[in-house]
Design a protein around this ligand. Sequence first.
Ligand code: GLU
Length: 290
Amino acid sequence: MRFTRLTAAAGVLVLAMTSAACGGNDTGSTGEGQGFPAGSTMQRLVEAHKIRVGTKFDQPGFGLEGPGGLPKGFDVEIAKIIAKKLGIPYYAIEYTETPSTIREQVLQQGKVDMVVATYTINDKRKEVVDFAGPYYVAGQTLMVKSDNTDVTGPDSFKDGTKKVCSVTNSTPAANIEKYLKNKAKQLELFDSYDKCVEALKAGKIDAVTTDNVILTGFVATNPDQFALVGSAFTEEPYGIGVKKGDKDFRNFINDTLEEAFHDGSYMKAWKVTAGKYDPNDPLIPEIDRY
Ligand code: GLU
């Protein structure tokens, strides 16, 4: 994965914007959103004055349902940046809870306009949806109870007895399989990560596996209960899922992301969400305009 570094000037702008921030990109009216080609998704959304976004509701730092039912997190802020560029204010975004297993489905069925949901770009998924981005690169790791010393990395599951939990149709669920001797006995799959977290608390499993940034959110919001073990053993570039074949919309989102990487809004979005749990500022990935 190729990355670029933010320039010093952009960094100064980020700090200025962050200290002035009162939470998120909550700009009401923007004056943007004009002049899109007739028939494009952008024009349709501008005319509708709303955008439908699929995101997670169970992942602290990226997409977590807040009081009043609206999700909060880095993915939500990324969605707001894209909506703002269309002239659509944050309060006109309609969120649909979109667990990993239905991300392709909601796009194929036109139930949402885009999916921003810790969504790894890969070739299999690209057969049925398209991706803008990446806008962040995570890596898979493991979370255990803080007093666990038996699990030290994915190789710990080669004993054929220890149990690991992940989510249906997620890349971590597929990636962990090669470390398991007895998949039926060792791999527990749920439709959301919070259910894995409950199973870990209850001692029904030995570890939860998914992307490091998602697990960091669970460690931070369950003080003293959990710990991350080992280092990342995959690369998970997060993209924004759009309907297959909508190249104009993908280009528009890619342009918007590149602008956000450099005007401070990307880093501001990070600092008020996942950055509260993860002290490492993200490296800026290179957009893949495939
Ligand atoms: N990034 C991985 C994926 O897209 C895991 C996180 C998730 O399930 O959302 O499958």
